[in-house]
Design a protein around this ligand. Sequence first.
Ligand SMILES: C[S@@+](CC[C@H](N)C(=O)[O-])C[C@H]1O[C@@H](n2cnc3c(N)ncnc32)[C@H](O)[C@@H]1O
Length: 177
Amino acid sequence: MWFTVFLVGMLLFSCVALFVVTSAFLGFLQTRVPFVPTSRKDVEFVVKKLALGPKDVFIDLGSGDGRVCFLVEQACGAQTVGYEMTWWTHLLAKIKARLKHSRSRFYCRNFFHEDWSGANVVYGYLYPPLMRQVEEKFKADCRPGTFAVIRDFPFPSLKPMEVVYRPGGHEIYIYLK
Ligand SMILES: C[S@@+](CC[C@H](N)C(=O)[O-])C[C@H]1O[C@@H](n2cnc3c(N)ncnc32)[C@H](O)[C@@H]1O
């Protein structure tokens, strides 16, 4: 009996591990950006800095496990949307949203194929090779008055309104369209 329980447990664990490893690998092949989370303090800093509130619409470009959206929603009540292409982090975000009774919406989609014009804040913690395309889309899609908040890897051309140096050697670039 115990041996069967052990075997079933091991089988389940192996399936979950296989799913996580495979989807992380495929996600990385598609996006070339690994999942690395933003710190809670940096998210709280952004909420305070931009004085975000319930009327704001915040998009996380590459939302990972959803933590940025959850923290923003929790801190100020803004509407939050996350786009993520890696299955396991996306699934984790969806499960966490259910458990937390969060209003955050998560989509397993390529954010370059989505319309960003509904947001007044777009956030990205991405990687240098993507930043030109992200900048172009920010300029093309977003309405005047929209902020782009970019962690560590800035847009190649647009001048930031402000650069904030954060503990741990991180930088937050704030752009205003
Ligand atoms: C460094 S992680 C940041 C996660 C989260 N935003 C945070 O700050 O905690 C970047 C995430 O962006 C995702 N990503 C990269 N390019 C993407 C794209 N074009 N569409 C959707 N997700 C993308 C990656 O899969 C990865 O999980």
